[in-house]
Design a protein around this ligand. Structure first.
Ligand SMILES: [Zn+2]
Length: 223
């Protein structure tokens, strides 16, 4: 029995699946990505090679999360808990890039000192594209914040987006029935603690010409 079949039997002991379940490790994924593809006779789970070295019980949890999407089902298993804890803690072990742009470094220092008593360890910080749609992102698996270049000229807005992404690093995410919740009530309350946050939200809207504050959160895989 391969790991995909094992994961299936554990999460859906009463369900029948006639299609063949395959598991592949691929070198073409970045980081810890994974996906699932299927047709009428097979279901193929493709995982980044990096998962090969990870404890089987954690990998089963990852496959089970993919299965919930596939069957549009909601459930929680012990393996999924293990997997999500693994992702939540990955940022602490991610490799750190020493070469950080001074503008980003200064923004991080200002926000960390003012709102976190300097207690957040510095993540990898990078400029993204000139995007007006995606302002920032945080990736747990590599502990990386990416911020759009359009904020280079507005330090106050840059700090606000930095603060938002650092809140993700600090608060992490909450899991229920195979869904991950990143912007929960606690998160929104903390977000409002940024000085003049209501005013800054307005400025941000104007600055982005009424574009909504959109951004991406990555748990370390792409669905
Ligand atoms: Zn967010």
């Amino acid at each position: 029995m391969n790991l995909a079949e094992k994961a299936f039997n554990k999460i859906f002991p009463d369900k029948e699946e006639k299609r063949v379940m395959k598991l592949k490790y691929s070198g073409s994924f970045s980081d810890y990505n994974a996906n699932v593809k299927y047709n009428s006779h097979e279901i193929v789970f493709s995982l980044s090679k990096k998962w090969k070295k990870i404890n089987e019980n954690i990998v089963i949890g990852l496959i089970q999360e993919l299965m919930l999407k596939l069957y549009n089902s909601r459930k929680t298993t012990h393996n999924m808990d293990l997997y999500n804890n693994f992702i939540r803690n990955m940022s602490e072990f991610a490799r750190k890039n020493q070469d950080i742009d001074p503008l980003l470094r200064e923004s991080f220092d200002r926000v960390n000192d003012k709102y976190f008593n300097g207690l957040i360890s510095i993540p990898n910080l990078k400029w993204g594209n000139h995007s007006f749609n995606i302002l920032g992102s945080y990736k747990y698996s590599t502990d990386t914040i990416v911020i759009t270049k359009v904020l280079k000229n507005n330090l106050n807005l840059l700090d606000y987006v930095m603060y938002h992404e650092l809140l993700h690093k600090k608060i992490k995410f909450y899991n229920k029935n195979g869904r991950s919740y990143h912007h929960n009530k606690n998160f929104r309350e903390k977000e409002k603690q940024f000085e003049n946050s209501a005013e800054i939200e307005k400025q941000l809207e104007n600055f982005l010409k009424k574009e909504k504050f959109k951004h991406r959160i990555k748990k370390g895989f792409g669905f």
